[in-house]
Design a protein around this ligand. Sequence first.
Ligand code: NAP
Length: 293
Amino acid sequence: MSHDGKLLIIGATGRMGAALVRRYQQSRKVLAWGRAELNLLDLKSIQQKLESIEFQTVIYAAGITNVDYCEEHEAEALCTNHDAPRVLAEICAKNNAKLIYVSTDYVFDGKIIEPLGEDSPTAPLSVYGRSKLAGERTVLSASPDFLVIRISWLFGPDRPSFPDMILHRAMTSDHVEAISDKVSCPTYSEDLAEWIEPMLDDSRYSGLLHLCNSNPTSWQDYGQATLDIATKLGIPLKATIVKGISRINFPDFKAKRPEFTSFDTSKYQQLSGNTPRPWQEALEEYLSKKYLS
Ligand SMILES: NC(=O)c1ccc[n+]([C@@H]2O[C@H](COP(=O)([O-])OP(=O)(O)OC[C@H]3O[C@@H](n4cnc5c(N)ncnc54)[C@H](OP(=O)(O)O)[C@@H]3O)[C@@H](O)[C@H]2O)c1
């Protein structure tokens, strides 16, 4: 197969995939595939579809991301987060194409209360985490050139996430609460697209890589910052305080969640010479663009 520099993004309709497509199509040829173009549960169709196109790099930003849904739909989670990437990895390795697989902080058990490096021991607590870890391993074993990027707490304009949910609640109710004993780092999809862009053509980026905005936080403080920014922007709120509650008092959760999964991003910083900006700055940019324009 000959390559003409094309980038294939799988999961192009998702929160992350849509941000990647928007940025990269300004400067390169991008094939953007959502579920309509490729059903990842049909493994044979992956082979067939990829045989019909030319590509140099593939970003697998697809996944079943609903952690509780995964707990009750293990086969679907495994197929999307492991089996489909395995087929893809084999095809990419055969065709000398680079594969970038997007993974998660849920591969950790959250018991180590210090920033987690790429070498920190994994111990997923849920079907989602186990299926993503299996996906990571299958991708990395297919070629030393492939890249697995772990991210955490993604937010951005293409699909609602935690800040949108908290803001909606504060606009419609005078009572807002969020979990205080779970810590990680939010990641802005637009920043992520910018950080990943140089990796597409740079072979130094391979193996595991942790990426997120700077500064660990709890859901409660993340929610409080959202309401503080909204107040500053003049968005009318019924509630301005986020009350803290413990994870243990959240009976609705079906899957276990890790308590502490803040990433150490020094590998990325050394390779890129770039320090991710604080999530607070990224969040303010996101909310300003969304609610003031
Ligand atoms: N969101 C987070 O906070 C977070 C945190 C850590 C890691 N991650 C990882 O980051 C990646 C991107 O997350 P995201 O938030 O952008 O996810 P998302 O918004 O849920 O998007 C997932 C994408 O995968 C597609 N997809 C799922 N099942 C499919 C199937 N059977 N066939 C074809 N397409 C399918 C979805 O298509 P539809 O639109 O048709 O459903 C969508 O395009 C995922 O790998 C996730 O595990 C996310």
